[in-house]
Design a protein around this ligand. Sequence first.
Ligand SMILES: [Zn+2]
Ligand SMILES: [Zn+2]
Length: 258
Amino acid sequence: MGGKTNFHTHSVYCDGKDTLEELVEQALAMGMDALGFSGHSFTPFDQSYCMSLKDTLEYQKEVRALKEKYRGKIKLYLGIEQDFYSPESTAEYDYVIASVHYVKKNGEYLSIDESPEDLKSFARDFYQGDIYGLVEDYFQTVALMAQSKCAFVGHFDLICKFQEQAPLFDENHPRYKQAAQSALAELLQAGKIMEINTGAMARGYRTAPYPAENWLKEIAKNQGRLILSSDCHDKNYLTYGFDLPLIAQYEKYINKSI
Ligand SMILES: [Zn+2]
Ligand SMILES: [Zn+2]
């Protein structure tokens, strides 16, 4: 079956399981039309998951070589998942995913998708126990991506990664809704394409994609555009969840290319 694409794909150059070529072969076997690689950009303050500076150059070189090798068989793209706090240039890339993985508070970078225990301790140590303070800072950072030159905005409500397993806040709380709503409004106003991301489903954290359905509705209401991606870290889940009935409802808003 053709028509499938994925532009959010990690490899062994960062925290993915597969080589770039293994991913290409998988995409070909699945009859996909296009595959975009999006290694994690270098973040000097946390090098546990991202590409090193040396590997970034290797990654660029290898994707370019694969583009040549597979020309005529599948469209390959050299992309980057650019963390908001990454100081690296994005000039080399075919496209950029703009993502927020940290809140910067008192000079520290607080990783918001590492563990629920981390989130709890950040609220205690940096926000006098007020988790909504952390939520507000997260969405204020997300809103700043309205200014970025990106193909799309990654996982809008990543801060909800652990909500099903260890709920730390109420997504219907007025402060949560207000923070997310105003970030989304700014991004939509700037014409940003928003991502439907099934990655946390593939990895067993969630039973629904990012963003939550109420935000999908809001995007559709505002005639916003979406892109569907798996945030792939394992080639067996390259199009995980793409056939969800929920996603089919938003089909007409989903871009197939970048
Ligand atoms: Zn990400
Ligand atoms: Zn990613």
